[in-house]
Design a protein around this ligand. Structure first.
Ligand SMILES: *Cc1c(COP(=O)(O)O)cnc(C)c1O
Length: 228
């Protein structure tokens, strides 16, 4: 019975992924957000060819990472405390949620200690909800200037990340994604070699792609409902 149950779950994840991939534009990278999903589901996603996985808590990331193949690319998508950077620095592929100079400095330091260059995205506050974090555009400009002067040699800033307001108002969501895309293009015009615009989740995937997303972070539409 247990075995049959696992087999059933595996095909379920593979089916979710298949229909999800059919909804992605060419060239858009899918980060499968596996937070609060059991390891069996991650393993079946891996079996189905998925390599980019996103988590929002360091503790959970540290529990899952050793159980998965070393060719998985791990994305940190949730708020990251500076005192936890050291735990993920040896393996993290991309940190989507950088929202302060303090965090940049710590990631740079720990990347150096691990003889790595760590990719990061700057999270911009585009939503109306104050609960969603992210920096202001003025800080973005300051960081770009300091980065261009070589302040954080062990960090590669690869682009921007943002979360739209949780609302049924599609015009509102579109407006916020458009604003983020504008900042992304502006950064590229200023000479940065950005290649990642991380926007779009299960509920606003389509709008995000229409507004220029290059990377989507999808949880429930990839794995089904989360535990608790
Ligand atoms: C949970 C989460 C997602 C995925 O959410 P779904 O609605 O399940 O697709 C994307 N981005 C962040 C930052 C998240 O915390």
């Amino acid at each position: 019975m247990g075995c049959l149950f696992i087999l059933w779950k595996m095909s379920e994840v593979a089916q979710y992924l298949e229909s999800l991939r059919a909804r992605l534009d060419a060239g858009v990278v899918l980060v499968a957000v596996s937070k609060r999903q059991p390891i069996e589901k991650l393993l079946s996603a891996y079996e189905a060819g998925q390599r980019d996985f996103g988590e929002n808590k360091v503790q959970e990331l540290l529990e899952k990472q050793p159980q998965m193949s070393t060719d998985v690319r791990w994305h940190m998508i949730g708020h990251l405390q500076t005192n936890k950077v050291k735990f993920i620095a040896p393996f993290i592929h991309l940190v989507h949620s950088v929202d302060s100079v303090k965090l940049l400095r710590e990631i740079d330091k720990r990347a150096g200690q691990n003889e790595r260059v760590i990719g990061v995205l700057l999270q911009i506050g585009i939503a109306q909800e104050s609960t969603k974090s992210g920096m202001e555009e003025s800080l973005l400009q300051e960081i770009l200037e300091r980065s261009a002067q070589g302040e954080w040699p062990n960090i590669q800033i690869r682009g921007l990340m943002g979360m739209a307001t949780h609302t049924p108002d599609e015009q509102q969501i579109r407006k916020e994604f458009r604003e983020l895309h504008r900042m992304f293009e502006q950064g590229r015009n200023q000479g940065s070699d950005w290649d990642v615009l991380s926007m779009g989740m299960s509920g606003d995937l389509q709008i995000a792609q229409e507004e220029g997303s290059t990377m989507v972070r999808v949880g429930t539409a990839a794995f089904g409902p989360r535990d608790h």
